[in-house]
Design a protein around this ligand. Structure first.
Ligand SMILES: Cc1cc2nc3c(=O)[nH]c(=O)nc-3n(C[C@H](O)[C@H](O)[C@H](O)COP(=O)(O)OP(=O)(O)OC[C@H]3O[C@@H](n4cnc5c(N)ncnc54)[C@H](O)[C@@H]3O)c2cc1C
Length: 743
């Protein structure tokens, strides 16, 4: 056995997606990081040991333009390329590769941290070290650093340090949360084990083990959906332990979950109710996936009102968008539905003050243990959200370590500057980074999409229900026409709504309404006559009211910045009101209603240097004219005086409207996002006016590429020349950034 001491700038305990993203973020800022995980694989609940699929702000596609960016975005895009079918082991490898790509991270797998040395009175605790045992290696390792991150999910590190925290549910009155119980209690969400099945191709018998539960004596067969071919997270409802202590009773909970799994399988195989003769169990989890335990107290406690009200925190550092998703304490045995869900009107913000301890000066946290009420945790707990929180906390930790400041003292503008530069998931904040020379350049391009029009109808879309059409208005909406078929003479009503918040895609404030006389006939371009000139660029949400005489035309392609939706009634069991749930892109994803619109600046070249790197009240990217008209589109940056560039970043469009997932929830039909630039070159203008290639990228499949010429380049202009995209018929460029050498 060995005793060792490991010193790093930052110690991250917990290798779930929160810890992984925190460690990568800090290492990319030049800090040395210990990333410690007590399991042999990274990924926490998303790993092949537990197999929960990674959900996030898209809410399985309900929120639009909502997929996480930053490190989580990189992981999802890479996983889509390597693992579009959602193999859990391939996902493990994507995460491990991402961690190993950072030389600043020292990874300690199989290392269980159990001891913490901390000092100071209760209101001023400080962590000195955390000590772990590396299983299988007989190494007892003491980790020392100025800053610690507790990403353990369960919050053991902070607890051992004396950090204030809670377990259970707050009383309704504490944060005026309608979804909280009348009185505070110790109830948490329970834990779950999942299983995978496969068709063996021949009959396979199943002899249940003695511990299998006879589920016919429970409400499970009546109250839960059981299908022979379901796998993994489709069985998220095998939940138990919400009324127990999900940590101290972990062994008991695992045994109960195993008994339920084998009981369900016995029911599938031997009840005669399922076509399952050839089915066999391929994998059964043995590490209970824990949903909830400690939640630390920070300077702010995120709560229900912040999520549903989409509070615009000045110190926002991440976003979420999953529903508030709470489960009955009795879990799998509850006769009530397995989950109660309520969505905000769009994605919401998470403040930095919820990511550091109220009383432990050098402790940050990320993941399911942040400073949020039980109800708010019901939404922030999904893993892509935990990951964006991780990137924010890791970035903050890196700045704290570099500047020798406590998390509470950290400058929020500086944190924002660095997060935006690292392409993190912040909503509605534009980069004003003084070091980004692109923000001071004059921009031009070979062409731009100026009058969006989709005329190539593939199919009719009968207006059986209200249809929604979201268009970028910059600065005006004019000249809007729709392609319609009318079976008879009729009137069509169109309402124009302001979604109010830049991240929302629901009709919130009625601006104007029009009633149009429509003659009977096919393929008519209907002039809507709608005009709107809002104070600032924003999206218009047009509600085209249901009309049984009318069908819209629908093209089989997406249009940047445009969303097409249809209204579905809420189901009786749905919480009401929930505008977001009423407006769905089912049947309309990657498709566009045929329309023509007047001139817009929404896709102008200047959008590539407006500081925004995500859609927000508009697409915020340059889109060229169709490649058929402009086969080699370019975008240039020009400075009045020559600048010396050490690095140029190209941020391509990875279509954050596309809902990617790591495992088998759904199959996205391409491996590389078609909107991404594929082949392009970066050129600098020489003194004689000719262009010189300083970087070239081929077969790109990533959103962000950093180009560092071998020597800094002094020039008065650079341009990005696009040679091919990964599928779209125009070039999309979210941002170009330019930095001096060493920045
Ligand atoms: C069954 C189930 C279904 C769910 N459904 C979804 C879903 O569909 N989609 C979704 O996105 N989310 C879902 N969630 C929620 C989500 O999985 C968690 O909220 C999320 O995993 C939290 O991420 P994390 O990084 O904070 O913690 P975790 O994923 O729990 O990772 C923490 C890591 O820290 C390690 N660790 C813990 N203690 C120590 C220690 N002392 N020393 C060293 N390492 C330690 C753990 O082994 C683990 O690897 C579900 C959860 C469960 C259990």
């Amino acid at each position: 056995m060995r005793n060792e001491t490991a010193r790093h700038d930052i110690t991250v305990v917990g290798g779930g997606l929160a810890g992984v993203c925190a460690a990568i973020a800090a290492a990319r800022l030049g800090r040395t990081v210990a990333l410690i995980n007590n399991r042999p694989v990274l990924g926490g609940n998303s790993s092949s040991e537990v197999r929960v699929w990674v959900c996030g702000a898209t809410g399985h596609g309900r929120n639009h333009h909502a997929r996480e960016g930053g490190i989580m975005g990189e992981l999802l895009v890479e996983n889509q390329y390597r693992n579009p079918d959602g193999n859990p082991y391939y996902w493990d490898a994507v995460i491990l590769d991402a961690v190993r790509a950072e030389p600043g991270i020292t990874l300690y797998l199989n290392t269980d941290v159990r001891e913490v040395e901390a000092e100071g009175p209760d209101d001023e605790r400080r962590i000195i070290s955390a000590t772990g045992w590396m299983m299988g290696s007989e190494r007892r390792i003491r980790f020392e650093s100025p800053v610690f991150l507790d990403c353990t999910g369960d919050g053991l590190i902070g607890h051992l340090a004396g950090a204030h925290h809670r377990i259970g549910r707050e009383a309704r009155s504490e944060f005026e949360e309608a979804w909280a119980p009348e009185s505070a209690d110790g109830i948490t969400l329970g834990s779950t084990l999942l299983f995978y099945t496969k068709d063996a191709g021949h009959p396979v018998k199943f002899v249940p083990p003695d511990f299998a539960k006879d589920i016919s004596t429970t409400s499970i067969p009546q109250r839960r959906i059981i299908k022979a071919g379901d796998n993994g997270c489709a069985y998220w409802w095998i939940e138990f332990g919400g009324e127990l202590d999900t940590v101290h009773d972990n062994e008991r909970i695992r045994d109960e979950l195993w008994s339920v799994i084998y009981g369900i399988w016995d029911h599938i195989k031997n009840s005669g109710e399922f076509d399952a003769a050839n089915m066999t169990l391929e994998w059964v989890g043995s590490v209970p996936g824990k949903r909830e335990y400690r939640r630390f107290l920070g300077d702010y406690v995120l709560h229900q009102g912040d999520i549903l009200g989409q509070t615009e925190f000045a110190d926002r550092v991440a976003f979420g968008g999953w529903s508030i998703d709470l489960h009955p304490p009795q879990g799998v045995y509850a006769t009530a539905s397995g989950a109660r869900q309520l969505y905000a009107d769009g994605i919401y913000h998470i403040p930095y003050r919820s990511l550091y301890s109220v009383n432990t000066g050098n402790l940050l946290f990320a993941g399911r243990n942040i400073s949020a009420s039980h109800v708010a945790f019901g939404s922030t707990r999904v893993m892509a959200t935990c990951a964006t929180i991780g990137q924010a906390a890791g970035t903050a930790a890196a700045l704290c370590a570099a500047g020798e400041v406590a998390p509470r003292e950290l400058s929020v503008p500086e944190l924002h500057r660095v997060l935006l530069r690292q392409d993190a998931s912040l909503i509605g904040l534009a980069s004003t980074d003084p070091e980004d020379l692109a923000l001071r350049a004059t921009v031009a391009a070979s062409s731009a999409l100026s009058c969006p029009a989709v005329e190539d109808s593939a199919e009719l879309w009968p207006l059986a229900a209200d249809a929604g059409l979201v268009l970028a208005v910059d600065p005006d909406l004019t000249g809007l026409e729709l392609l319609v078929d009318a079976d008879r003479e009729t009137e069509l009503v169109i309402d124009l709504y302001d979604p109010e918040l830049g991240q929302n895609y629901v009709p919130r404030r009625l601006v104007t309404s029009t009633t149009l006389a429509v003659a009977a006939g096919r393929r008519q371009w209907l002039k809507t006559g709608l005009d709107w000139s809002p104070d600032t660029p924003r999206n218009a949400f047009l509600v085209i009211r249901a009309n049984d005489a009318i069908a819209l035309h629908r093209a089989d392609r997406a249009t940047p910045g445009v969303l097409c939706l249809t209204r579905v009634p809420l189901r009786p069991q749905d919480e009401s009101p929930q505008l977001l749930r009423e407006w769905t892109d089912a049947g309309l994803l990657r498709r566009t209603f045929c329309f023509r619109a007047g001139e817009t600046a929404a896709y102008a070249p200047a959008k590539a240097v407006d500081g925004y790197a995500r859609p927000y009240a508009g697409p915020h990217m340059w889109v060229s004219a169709p490649l058929t008209d402009d086969p080699s589109p370019w975008l240039s940056l020009t400075w009045p005086e020559p600048v010396t560039l050490g690095r140029i970043e190209v941020v391509a469009d990875d279509d954050v409207n596309e809902d990617l997932i790591n495992l088998h929830h759904h199959r996205t039909p391409f491996d590389t996002l078609p909107t991404l630039l594929r082949d392009y070159r970066v050129e600098a203008r020489s003194a004689d006016g000719t262009w010189r290639v300083i970087a070239r990228t081929e077969r790109n499949r990533r959103r962000r590429q950093s180009h560092t010429p071998s020597e800094p380049v002094t020039t008065s202009a650079v341009r990005i020349v696009v040679e091919a995209t990964n599928g779209t018929d125009s070039a999309h460029l979210v941002a170009v950034r330019a930095y001096a050498a060493g920045e």
